[in-house]
Design a protein around this ligand. Structure first.
Ligand code: GDG
Length: 505
C-alpha cells in the first residue's frame, strides 16, 4: 500500500485519513493533522470501546470470517455492529470537513464499507471509490451475516468498487442483484433505485522490480548465514503468512507431514520454515488458532524429528523485508496454501525473488486470488492434504527446465500488473466517470483523499523518488513504534484517503 500510495501521490496532491492506531481515553472527534508537504496525514484516535466493537468486533470477528467463507467462526453482535456504524459515521464527519468538491476519495477495505453512505448523508457528491482487499463471497454466504443487506445498500453509494478477481466481482454483482434488485446497465455497472455503481476487478500487484533488486542483493545477514549453514544440503520449503486461520497454516503443516510420511527417503533432506507473525491477538479465534498451530507443530516435530533435524521451523516474529526476500530466494519451494485469500502478495513476492536461471517452485492454493494470474504455479486444493503432499514431492523433483518455463510464464504478467499499474488503473477509472460538473471544477482543483483504517503512525522519514519532488514514505526502520518490529504485517485497516489535483490536468 505504501508503494501504491507513493505512486498515487506523485500524480495527485494527497491527503491520507485513517486510524492513528492509538486508543485515547477521552473520545475525540478532532483528528490530528500532520503536514508533510505533498501529503497531509489526518489521524483519528479510537476509544477502547471503538476498538473492541468496531475493529476487533464487527470488522474482525464477523465480517472477516464471513468474507473468508468461515461462517461458523463469524460472531455477530448487534452492539459490535452499532460500534462499526458509529466509527464510520465519526470518520465521515471528520473527513467531510476536509474534502473539497472536486476531490477524489479512495476508501480501503472492509472496515469502511458504510463510509460513502455516511459521507453522502453529509451532502458530499464527490467521486468515491472503494477497494476491497479480501474476498467478496457468494451471496448465499454473505447473506448469513445479519446486516449484510445494509452493507450491500451502502456499497451502492460508491461510484466505483474494486475487488481482486473476476470471481469476487461476479459474487458482488450477483449479491446486489439478488438482495437489492439492482439491474445491470453496462457490463459492470449496476443501478439500484437512483444510485449507480461500477464493480470491477483490479488485481493488486507488488513492486516487482524493487523486490527483484532486493532479493538479488542477498545480503548475508546473520539470519541468512545461519539458515544457509543449518540447511547444509537440505532443501528449504518456505511459508510466510500472518498468523490467521484464513491462511491454512495448520492444514499446510499436516500436508507436509503427509509428504514426509509418504516419502520416507525425504526425511532429514528438507526443512520447512514457517514465518507467521502474530496478528489480532486480542481476538479470541486467533488465540485458539495459535494454540492449535503450536500443538500440530509439536506433534509433527516430536514424531518425525531426529537429533540434528527439525522437520518444521516455526517463528512468530516479523522480519525485515530484505531478509524475507533473501529467504524466498533460498527456498526451493514456497507453500502458499490459504483456505481463502483476496489476492496473497507472498505468492507474488516469492516469484519476483527467484533467480531467473534456477528458480524455485510455487505451490499455490486455488482459493487465493493470485491463482487467477500465477498459472505457472502448482495449483492445489488446500483441503486435500494428499494433493498438497504430492505437489511438494513434484516441486522438489521438478527439472530445472520446467521450473524456468513455469517461472517465465509468471514473471512477465507480474511486471505488467505491478502495484503502480494497480493504483493507476483504479484511479483512472475513478476519475474517468466524474460528472461533467465536477470535471469542470477539477480544472481548478483536483485532489485525492485516501481513507484507510490503517493502524500506522505517519511516516517520519522522507525519501527522494528518482527525479521527483520529495515524497513522504515509510522509510524502513523509522516507522515502527519503539520496541516493535519494523513491519506490522496486519492487513490494511480502516482508513480513508483523499487524492487531490491531478497534476497533469
Ligand atoms: C490483505 C488480504 C491481499 C508477512 N510477514 C512479514 C511480512 N509480511 C508481508 C508479506 C506480504 C504481506 O505481509 C501479507 O500480504 P498478503 O497478501 O499475503 O496477506 P494479508 O496481510 O492478509 O493482506 C490479501 C492483501 O490484503 C493486499 O490486497 O493480498 O488477500 O488478506 O507483503 O511479505 N513482511 C515483513 N516481515 C514479515 O515477517 N517485512
Amino acid at each position: 500500500m505504501a508503494v501504491a500510495l507513493r505512486e498515487a501521490f506523485q500524480t495527485y496532491q494527497g491527503l491520507w485519513f485513517g486510524w492513528s492506531g492509538k486508543v485515547a481515553a477521552p473520545p475525540t472527534s478532532q483528528p490530528r493533522i500532520v503536514d508533510k508537504g505533498n501529503v497531509q496525514y489526518v489521524l483519528m484516535d479510537l476509544t477502547s470501546l471503538d476498538r473492541q466493537e468496531y475493529y476487533n468486533g464487527f470488522a474482525n470477528r464477523a465480517l472477516w470470517p464471513t468474507m473468508h467463507y468461515r461462517v461458523g467462526l463469524s460472531d455477530f453482535s448487534r452492539t459490535d455492529y452499532a460500534g462499526y456504524l458509529r466509527v464510520n459515521r465519526a470518520f465521515a464527519m471528520a473527513l467531510a470537513k476536509l474534502v473539497c468538491p472536486s476531490d477524489l476519495v479512495w476508501v480501503h477495505d472492509y472496515h469502511l464499507i458504510p463510509l460513502a453512505a455516511e459521507l453522502r448523508a453529509l451532502g458530499l457528491t464527490n467521486r468515491i471509490g472503494y477497494f476491497h482487499h479480501i474476498p467478496w463471497p457468494a451471496p448465499e454466504v454473505l447473506g448469513t451475516l445479519p446486516g449484510s443487506t445494509d452493507l450491500l445498500r451502502a456499497i451502492m453509494d460508491f461510484d466505483l468498487v474494486g475487488v481482486q478477481t473476476e470471481r469476487d466481482a461476479d459474487n458482488l454483482r450477483r449479491g446486489l442483484m439478488q438482495e437489492l434488485g439492482a439491474t445491470p446497465q453496462k457490463v459492470d455497472v449496476l443501478d439500484a433505485g437512483r444510485k449507480s455503481t461500477r464493480v470491477r476487478s483490479f488485481p493488486i500487484g507488488i513492486d516487482v522490480s524493487d523486490f527483484q533488486l532486493v532479493a538479488a542483493r542477498l545480503r548475508l545477514s546473520r539470519i541468512v548465514s545461519q539458515t544457509i549453514a543449518a540447511l547444509g544440503s537440505r532443501k528449504l520449503i518456505i511459508g510466510v503468512d500472518r498468523l490467521d486461520y484464513s491462511k491454512g497454516i495448520r492444514e499446510r503443516m499436516e500436508a507436509y507431514e503427509r509428504f514426509l510420511v509418504n516419502n520416507p527417503d525425504q526425511q532429514g533432506r528438507v526443512t520447512y520454515l514457517q514465518i507467521a507473525p502474530t496478528s489480532r491477538s486480542e481476538v479470541p479465534e486467533y488465540e485458539t488458532l495459535s494454540r492449535a498451530v503450536n500443538e500440530t507443530l509439536g506433534r509433527i516435530n516430536g514424531s518425525l524429528g531426529e537429533p540434528g533435524w527439525v522437520p518444521i521451523q516455526y517463528v512468530t516474529s516479523a522480519y525485515p523485508r530484505s531478509l524475507l526476500a533473501a529467504l524466498y530466494r533460498l527456498a526451493h519451494v514456497a507453500l502458499v496454501t490459504p483456505m481463502r485469500d483476496g489476492m496473497n502478495l507472498v505468492a507474488k513476492e516469492y516469484v519476483a525473488a527467484q533467480n531467473p536461471t534456477d528458480p524455485g517452485v510455487l505451490i499455490l492454493s486455488k482459493f487465493a486470488g493470485a491463482a487467477q494470474q500465477l498459472t505457472g504455479a502448482l495449483i492445489v486444493n488446500p483441503n486435500d492434504k494428499l494433493e498438497v503432499a504430492e505437489a511438494i514431492r513434484d516441486a522438489l523433483q521438478m527439472s530445472r527446465q520446467e521450473r524456468v518455463t513455469r517461472w517465465q510464464s509468471m514473471i512477465g504478467p507480474l511486471h505488467d500488473h505491478d502495484v503502480s499499474w494497480w493504483a493507476a488503473a483504479f484511479l483512472r477509472e475513478l476519475a474517468a466517470h466524474q460528472s461533467e460538473a465536477s470535471r469542470q471544477k477539477s480544472l481548478t482543483s483536483d485532489r485525492l483523499r485516501v481513507v484507510q483504517a490503517e493502524k500506522r503512525a505517519p511516516p517520519q522519514g522522507r525519501k527522494r523518488i528518482a527525479g521527483q519532488t520529495e515524497m513522504l514514505l515509510p522509510v524502513e526502520g523509522k516507522q515502527a513504534p519503539r520496541g516493535k518490529r519494523q513491519h506490522d504485517p496486519d492487513p490494511p485497516q480502516p482508513s480513508v484517503a483523499k487524492i487531490a489535483r491531478n497534476r497533469s490536468s
